[in-house]
Design a protein around this ligand. Structure first.
Ligand SMILES: [Zn+2]
Length: 301
């Protein structure tokens, strides 16, 4: 994708002042090379105005479509302007936003805000799915307890076991990260995670797990027990990332439900992987939302 423009909140408000402005922007982004019928690829259409949003009818096959078909906005009753604002915050705010904040600022119900953010998270998950890490990669597991709400104990206190892979450059600086909730630390689980997440021939740095050694045919393994005194650099960024993740989960999502933890991990990784492009975040995330199909409340719960 071409370099994205910088988008301050002020510019954002000026640019997306109306439903029409948001709609036109989506049209341009979806059909950057001109309209293309999703049914027959024809490029000519009639615009039919409706009460909600314009309908485009293909001049050749008469198929009708809208800009939101096949996107996370499909069938939404929430104005695009509110969607755009939620995406802006989700993309540009380093710590992410909570459903409570979005509901309050956009004057919508909490369940609506909650569902919007989960749809946006799905776009983040889908966007990162095809990428694999390569080169020098740290691999380790950790536990994360979903935080309690108002000190109440309950399913929120479940301990979740997570595998993490973090690639770094030759200077040892972190590049990209991936995380996956696991149910055990068996050889198969570790192998499946590594094979799905990390390119073959990469060098893996681990914390002495025997499971990593079983991958030595496809990867170079440098695994040793972590000792902060002897070797403070070993897995340093990985441990820093885990502690940042924990404060993200604690700080933004009080009362996080374990069932949705993987999406929050994906959100953290998505933002981490794009931390150098935060000013372009809105356009990048909006594009991901346009190419991701929606998810319903019942699919989520
Ligand atoms: Zn057509």
């Amino acid at each position: 994708m071409a370099k994205q423009e910088t988008m301050t909140f002020n510019k954002f408000q000026q640019k997306f002042h109306s439903e029409e402005a948001c709609h036109d922007y989506l049209f341009q982004m979806k059909w950057a090379a001109g309209f293309c019928c999703p049914n027959c690829k024809h490029d000519k259409y009639f615009a039919i105005s409706t009460r909600t949003q314009p309908l485009f009818q293909c001049k050749k096959c008469k198929h009708q479509t809208t800009v939101t078909v096949g996107t996370i906005f499909e069938k939404t009753r929430t104005p695009l302007r509110k969607w755009f604002a939620a995406i802006y915050w989700a993309a540009q705010d380093k710590r992410g936003v909570s459903a409570k904040f979005v509901a309050c600022e956009l004057e919508i119900s909490y369940p609506t805000a909650w569902l919007m953010l989960h749809k946006i998270r799905k776009a983040m998950t889908d966007r990162d799915l095809p990428y694999v890490l390569s080169g020098l990669v740290e691999v380790d597991d950790f536990y994360i307890g979903a935080p309690t709400e108002n000190g109440k104990r309950g399913r929120g206190t479940d301990k979740n076991h997570v595998l993490l892979a973090l690639s770094k450059n030759k200077m040892g600086h972190p590049l990209f990260v991936k995380m996956k909730i696991i149910h055990d630390l068996s050889k198969e689980t570790v192998q499946n995670f590594v094979k799905a997440t990390i390119e073959k021939k990469s060098t893996l740095f681990g914390d002495g797990h025997a499971s990593l050694l079983t991958l030595k045919e496809d990867y170079t393994i440098q695994s040793k027990k972590f000792n902060a005194k002897e070797d403070p650099e070993h897995l340093k960024w990985l441990h820093t990332t885990v502690s940042n993740l924990k404060s993200f989960v604690q700080g933004t999502f009080h009362g996080l439900d374990s069932r949705h933890l993987q999406r929050y991990l994906d959100e953290f990784c998505y933002r981490f992987n794009r931390r150098k492009f935060i000013q372009e975040g809105f356009n990048r995330l909006l594009h991901s939302c346009l190419v991701t199909t929606t998810i319903t409340y019942s699919e989520l719960t």
